[in-house]
Design a binder for this molecule. Structure first.
Ligand SMILES: Nc1nc2c(ncn2[C@@H]2O[C@H](COP(=O)(O)OP(=O)(O)OP(=O)(O)O)[C@@H](O)[C@H]2O)c(=O)[nH]1
Ligand SMILES: [Mg+2]
Ligand SMILES: [Zn+2]
Length: 325
């Protein structure tokens, strides 16, 4: 039998077949996917072949094959293990939920996500959530970020999941597609899915007063069928988005606004750092590229960790304030 993986909880997989039946499956023996060393060999979104094991009373499928993936998106854990994790596969759109506060989403985090999506050839969209809670300064910040990212060509949406604002545009984008929501814990991924499809009634939790961070309510990625011909994958909140290893001269290619200028750099292997006659540096001086983007680029190039702390945000904000001047 063949089915689509809707949920993975470590060693168990919920697989749905074409006749809309769910099967509880495990992986048969050990199989590794060529070229991928990840903590999870099978991810939500994978199409798998399985056989029913009728030797026991329980009906448990044994997965013996995984179909080639159209795409997949991977992040590297930012803890010491440095293991890679496939967040989801075979997706059409990757939405990053961004909140200006409660919790804070840094530009460095946004850019790491975008670079990864570019590297894996997946269309990324930013959703600015919780717009009902922002004061004037935060709204300024949100609109400024929206300006930066839409200039580069990324679609941006402003929503309030709790007040159900901005949902129609989102649903229009999602129609007929498999989408994934990601972002820090507490940004409202599950709340937004509930707002779109109330009958799902996914568990959500208020963010911690003390730490202004989410409580890691969603613990496993899971796909849901929505009433308007769309599929959505809810994912657990992530702290830092570790960019998978890439060559230094490759990083700039995943910043579309840098890539567009690269041919005007004097050296074709220009890293846009100290090289003379660098079109990217020049655009930066002329405020045509955001400093926050350039800073994110340098951090990725230097292999700096993406630490989930407010002081980093302070740096980023300083940088964007300078750009605005
Ligand atoms: N005011 C306001 N609160 C929101 C909004 N969206 C979500 N929240 C609140 O934010 C809190 C966290 O929401 P969740 O949906 O649990 O967040 P999550 O991103 O799914 O978090 P994890 O599952 O931990 O990754 C809840 O208390 C929500 O009610 C919004 O648009 N406005
Ligand atoms: Mg959640
Ligand atoms: Zn250059």
């Amino acid at each position: 039998m063949t089915g689509l993986v809707y949920k993975s909880t470590g060693s168990n997989y919920a697989v749905k077949t074409d006749d809309n039946r769910f099967y509880d499956c495990r992986i048969k023996g050990k199989f590794r996917i060529k070229g991928i060393k990840s903590t999870n060999p099978i991810a939500v979104g994978d199409i798998v072949d399985f056989e029913l094991d009728d030797s026991t009373d329980e009906v448990i499928g044994q997965i013996h094959n995984i179909h080639d993936r159209k795409n997949y998106i991977v992040r590297k854990s930012v803890n010491l293990s440095k293991q890679t994790h496939v967040i989801a596969s075979n997706i059409d759109l990757a939405f990053l939920l961004v909140t200006i506060n409660n919790p804070v989403t840094t530009t460095s985090f946004i850019d790491r996500f975008l670079v990864t999506a570019e590297a894996y050839g997946i269309e990324a969209v930013l959703i600015f959530n919780k717009i009902d809670t922002y004061d004037e300064a935060m709204l300024d910040e949100q609109l400024y970020l929206q300006y930066i990212y839409s200039q580069i060509g990324y679609k941006c949406l402003r929503v309030s999941a709790t007040q159900k604002k901005g949902l129609e545009d989102l649903k229009t984008l999602m129609k007929g597609k498999v989408s994934m929501f990601t972002g820090h814990s507490g940004v409202g991924k599950s709340t937004l899915i509930n707002a779109i499809e109330p009958k799902l009634d996914l568990k959500t939790t208020i963010i911690s007063e003390q730490h202004q961070q989410g409580q890691h309510t969603t613990t496993f990625a899971e796909m849901f069928d929505l009433d308007f011909d769309a599929k959505i994958i809810d994912t657990p909140g992530i702290r830092g988005f570790g960019v998978v290893d890439m060559e230094k001269d490759e990083v700039g290619d995943y910043f579309p606004e840098f890539f567009a200028l690269k041919q005007n750099c004097k050296f074709n292997n220009c890293l846009h750092k100290e090289e003379p006659h660098c079109a990217v540096k020049q655009a930066l001086e002329e405020d045509k590229i955001a400093w926050s983007r350039y800073n994110s680029y340098l951090k990725i190039l230097d292999g700096d960790e993406d630490v989930y702390r407010n002081d980093i945000y302070a740096d980023d904000r300083k940088a964007s304030d300078e750009t605005r001047k």
